[in-house]
Design a protein around this ligand. Structure first.
Ligand code: FAD
Length: 255
């Protein structure tokens, strides 16, 4: 599949290390799916849109390719291949969304889609400047905020900020963010009658299920094909929460 070019209509700074590229066209991805996005001359990286209409990519600058994408300007073109992977499934009436850092990007369109339900949103960031889309989330539901430095909301991890919530009161839980954060959420829902889905940000190379770079032990589930959205039952007894693989396939720590 060849990349399709989109014109960048607008560029927006969301946080010191995060920029959004607003595209000239609508995207046709389902909630939580991703595109392989070309950073010219460098690499192609997976990004889940933070909006499909208009198309919007929200990118945290963490390395070479994401830095290049964050440098793109309005009027330039960006190439997208996709959409790929599995998507969030809307279920239940009482919903908990837990997002950390850039994980807020794919959670925002899900929150918008479920706005007519009773939603609680838990947002975590390192500092208040790095929290994403707080005012947008506040319009959609009860929003709990946590920052590691205490500059906004609860001081500490978002999982600690929601430790008093009665998780059994929710029909469904959705989460995206650092894997140790998602794993804490997973442990709370694992053995309960709660529908739960997690968006795994693993190292994805081909995006189409061929190369095996993003396989998850022991079943070999591919984060790019069976994922990136996994139901809790698919993650039980897997490497989720323990380790991931780097660009060479070596096991590495999660953070
Ligand atoms: C399905 C999916 C959706 C994603 N959606 C978004 C999004 O909407 N916005 C966004 O900013 N990022 C998103 N990511 C993460 C993004 O793809 C990585 O940050 C990017 O690939 C890093 O590439 P790089 O060349 O800039 O950094 P590299 O030089 O490759 O790596 C720099 C650092 O980032 C880490 N890293 C590399 N790949 C990933 C990865 N896949 N996830 C997390 N950390 C990684 C490396 O371990 C290293 O520490 C998503 C990832 C997946 C799998």
């Amino acid at each position: 599949m060849k990349p399709k070019n989109y014109l960048i209509k607008e560029k927006r700074s969301e946080a010191p290390s995060v920029n959004s590229l607003i595209l000239n066209k609508q995207l046709d991805s389902k909630l939580g799916q991703f595109y392989m996005v070309w950073a010219k001359g460098i690499d192609e990286i997976p990004i889940s849109p933070s909006s499909v209409n208009p198309g919007r990519l929200t990118i945290r600058n963490v390395g070479e390719a994401s830095e290049k994408l964050c440098q793109y300007k309005a009027g330039e073109k960006v190439g997208l291949r996709g959409p790929f992977g599995s998507s969030f499934e809307e279920r239940g009436e009482k919903i908990l969304l837990v997002a950390g850092g850039i994980g807020s990007a794919p959670i925002l369109p899900l929150a918008k889609k479920m706005r007519d339900k009773e939603i609680t949103i838990a947002l975590g960031g390192i500092t208040k400047e790095e929290l994403l889309f707080v005012s947008k989330f506040r319009e959609l539901g009860n929003t709990i905020v946590a920052t590691e430095d205490g500059s906004k909301g609860y001081q500490g991890y978002v999982t600690e900020a929601i430790s008093d919530l009665d998780i059994s009161a929710f029909d469904s839980v959705y989460s995206c963010g650092p894997e140790p954060m998602m794993y804490k959420v997973f442990k709370r829902v694992r053995d309960k009658e709660i529908f739960a889905q997690f968006s795994l940000h693993r190292y994805i190379k081909c995006g189409v299920g061929l190369c095996g770079s993003c396989c998850i032990d022991p079943e070999g589930l591919r984060a790019c094909d069976e994922g990136p959205i996994f139901n809790k039952n698919e993650l039980k007894n897997s490497e989720f929460g323990s380790y991931k693989r780097d660009s060479c396939g070596r096991k590495t720590d999660l953070i």
